[in-house]
Design a protein around this ligand. Structure first.
Ligand code: NAD
Length: 526
């Protein structure tokens, strides 16, 4: 079929980016029913490097509801066979997938840094997370445990078994371009579901790489489908499609609320992993060097664009000055640049809209909140930064916990330092936000650590480590406006991607009525 000349839409644009040469840019496809196909629209959007927007990575299909319908139909058909494949056999494919990801780790990491900006070390970690979840989940293929339990009636057997849910929609953000899609994809297909994946428009390449690896590992046609495009033209028709039984979403709380509302009328299962405003508490007995290390990594890793970013540091007044001096000195010294350069410590921001949003919060911090700007606060535009989206590591001090910059998710390299007088006050400040993802305490006192662990109303808690660094075999998720009660990763992900079926087998040969017939001991064979 002759390909129509593509219409091109821009996503990441920066002032000064030259006109694009579409002929030179690789053109990518959707993956539907085991085939790599263009969108029915014939249109494409650009994927550009946020560290240097002159670097056009590729053109991805600008899909619509018809592409979604085709992908869901393929997933629906494949489901009828895939759900009957024994789970240990599904797991064997997943083990092969893990090996492919290991072989490609460096290539995928470099491509991820190029499309998303995070430094290479972190991109390698992102791919590693996909590998970890792959192996962990594949191991579950020989477990997927249910329960057997005694019946209240004689000669009757009772058990519960896991069933797949059906077609799952996987809608993901750009900040963990391979890890988050993998967290969802692996347990979904291991449990016998089939999926349609919709990556963020800023990072389609990493999901493309993951899906390519699935194809190479031998995942049958239709089990994994990929449709790229915007939230409104792909995400919305996907999550409202009647044949989709589950929507697994990670992204902002605002969009998560829309997903929840869209799923409610048809009672689709949905899990929402959303925003965070995470806190590190630094007590007066903390190892301060360690706390500063943690706050730098937690606050400025991935340029602060992590749902678990340590965006608030609550510090005991006795060590406040000392901590702040060291922290600001280290933040100021961070080497900002292109993540592909191994010397870079903090990469770019994902796109122009996100730059504007972060600068807006910095202005609020300076003017409305009147917090003390200790370092940063500016966009970097000169020299090596001219064609990218860079913002200086920014620290506000002497913040009041109710300030806008201490309450809202900024999702950038902006950290607020808040003084406190006691552990009780620190815990109260820590919990006083609308999110509940991750929290941490630095202390040498085991009693304080345990009290904070008990009192912090977050899904994740660390002692003497920052708020980032989740491992794939533990449950991941948060409370309040961070989540809707589900957890990803760990064995908890199996709860999400399966439905329980309770099974009763009566071999008494007569009608036995639960709650009504009392078991006569004499009726039980000796
Ligand atoms: P986003 O909500 O803008 O987008 C997430 C995904 O939803 C994208 O694929 C997007 O295209 C899609 N989408 C957007 N509008 C939609 C609509 N109307 N219908 C259906 N789909 C739609 O989030 P983002 O900017 O990509 O990511 C940043 C956010 O993600 C932050 O708030 C961050 O805290 C959150 N996040 C949370 C976790 C977690 O596990 N809790 C992890 C990473 C990121």
């Amino acid at each position: 079929m002759a390909k129509a000349k593509p219409a091109i839409a821009r996503t990441k644009t920066a002032k000064g980016a030259p006109a694009i040469r579409t002929a030179a840019a690789p053109r990518f496809s959707n993956y539907i029913n085991g085939e790599w196909v263009p969108s029915v629209t014939g249109e494409y959007f650009e994927n550009r490097n946020p560290a240097d927007t002159r670097d056009l990575i590729g053109l991805f299909p600008k899909s619509n509801a018809e592409d979604v319908a085709r992908a869901v139909a393929a997933a629906r058909e494949a489901y009828e066979k895939w759900r009957l494949v024994p789970a240990p056999k599904r797991a064997e494919i997943m083990f092969r997938l893990g090996e492919i990801l290991i072989r490609r780790k460096e290539t995928f990491a470099r491509e991820m840094t190029r499309e998303m900006g995070k430094i290479l070390k972190e991109s390698r970690g992102d791919v590693q997370e996909a590998i970890d979840i792959c192996y962990f989940t594949a191991g579950e293929g020989r477990r997927l445990y249910g329960q057997t339990t005694p019946s209240e009636l004689p000669n009757k057997f009772a058990m519960s078994v896991r069933m797949p849910v059906g077609v799952c929609a996987i809608i993901t953000p750009w900040n963990f371009p391979m890890a988050i899609p993998a967290w969802k994809l692996m347990p979904a297909i291991l449990c016998g579901n089939t999926v349609v994946m919709k990556p963020a428009t800023d990072t389609p390449l990493s999901v493309y790489n993951l899906v390519k690896a699935c194809e190479e590992a031998g995942v049958p046609p239709g089990v994994v489908n990929l449709v790229t495009g915007s939230g409104s033209s792909v995400g919305t028709p996907l999550m409202t499609h009647p044949d989709v039984r589950l929507v697994s979403f990670t992204g902002s709380t605002e969009v998560g609320r829309k997903v929840s509302e869209a799923c409610a009328p048809s009672f689709k299962k949905c899990n929402l992993e959303m925003g965070g405003k995470n806190v590190i508490i630094v007590m007066d007995d903390a190892n301060l060097d360690l706390a500063v290390d943690g706050a730098i990594w937690g606050g400025f890793g991935t340029s602060g664009q992590r749902c678990t970013a340590s965006s608030r540091i609550v510090v005991h007044k006795k060590v406040y000055k000392k901590f702040l001096t060291q922290f600001v000195e280290r933040a100021r010294a961070l080497r900002v640049g292109n993540g592909l350069d191994e010397r870079t410590e903090m990469g770019p921001i994902i796109n122009e809209a996100q730059v504007q949003s972060i600068l807006h919060y910095i202005e609020i911090g300076k003017n409305q909140d009147r917090a003390k700007l200790m370092c940063g606060g500016n966009r970097l535009t000169h020299g090596e930064y001219a064609y990218g989206y860079f913002i200086e590591p920014t620290v506000f001090a002497d913040c009041h916990p109710d300030m806008v910059i201490c309450q809202e998710e900024i999702f950038g390299p902006v950290v607020s330092v808040i003084p406190c007088n006691s552990l009780e006050e620190a815990i109260q400040i820590g919990n006083n936000v609308r999110y509940g993802l991750s929290s941490a305490i630095y202390t040498q006192d085991i009693n304080k650590a345990f009290i904070a662990m008990r009192e912090m109303y977050t899904g994740i808690f660390y002692v003497n480590a920052p708020t980032i660094g989740a491992e794939t075999h533990l449950p991941f998720g948060g409370t309040k406006e961070t989540g809707n009660g589900h957890r990803e990763a760990g064995v908890q992900a199996l709860e999400l991607f399966t439905e329980w079926k309770a099974v009763y087998i009566d071999y008494s040969g007569r009608l036995q009525r639960a709650q009504i017939d009392t078991a006569e001991l004499s009726a039980i064979p000796s």
